[in-house]
Ligand binder design. Structure first.
Ligand code: SAH
Length: 208
């Protein structure tokens, strides 16, 4: 039997320690089904990433919720996401902050994400095609940055586009990846915390 939306929230999120009420609310109100290709819609609430075309995936629901919770978002935050994909993660984040800026390197995914977001009635996400390693300077600095593709190290440009006190979360590493949570404690000072082992698609684009 296919997993239901309710089971996704109860079994995959609440039972595994997702307890931020606003994150639970967002995961309960934004339908993951609206963000997956038609042929995978019956699997929309499964505990796994799913293909979205162009060799890319929609993240596992738990991972989306985990990263959102870890960032400790405030409603007046402005957030930068790297790796829009189908737009699901941006849609969840859009419920938790004022505005989400999201960069996607594969041109063909941008209209897919835009269509999914507008169908879901979401209008506080701006998407641009570009290399996320360069960030989005004219919209920054950001209160929070989230990377949804794994880099060998966190791009310096993205650390620079964080506000003092801002947080960044990213999968880091090649073969074995881990989730790193970083807080900007001063102009060029950061506190880094290693969280859980993860498996994300690799970040492409330039080398910085
Ligand atoms: N956030 C997505 C997950 C997308 S998978 C979700 O909601 O499920 C990761 C995405 O990162 C892919 O779409 C990939 O094309 C994109 N990506 C990889 N390298 C990138 C880069 N340098 N800049 C911007 N996007 C990148």
């Amino acid at each position: 039997m296919n997993t239901t939306w309710r089971q996704m929230v109860d079994d995959q999120l609440k039972k595994r320690g997702i307890n931020d009420p606003l994150v639970i609310k967002a995961m309960s109100e934004v339908d993951r089904k609206d963000f997956v290709p038609i042929k995978y819609q019956r699997m929309a609430y499964e505990d796994r990433p799913l293909p979205i075309g162009n060799n890319q995936t929609i993240s596992q629901p738990y991972m989306v919720a985990y990263m959102a919770q870890a960032l400790g978002l405030q409603e007046d935050d402005v957030l930068l996401e790297i790796g829009t994909g189908c737009g699901y993660n941006a849609a969840i984040l859009s419920q938790l902050v004022t505005h989400v800026y999201s960069l996607e390197i594969i041109e063909g995914l941008v209209p897919f994400a835009e269509k999914n977001l507008s169908r879901a009635g979401i209008n506080n996400v701006s998407i641009r095609c570009g290399d996320g390693k360069e960030g989005w300077a004219d919209k920054g600095p950001f209160d929070a940055v989230m990377l949804t593709a794994a880099a060998d190290e966190i791009p310096k440009t993205l650390k620079a586009q964080l506000k003092p006190g801002g947080r960044l979360i990213a999968p880091v590493g090649k073969i074995s990846q881990r989730l790193i949570l970083l807080e900007k404690t001063g102009q060029d000072q950061f506190r880094e915390e290693e969280r859980i082992p993860v498996q994300f698609v690799p970040m492409t684009g330039g080398s910085n």
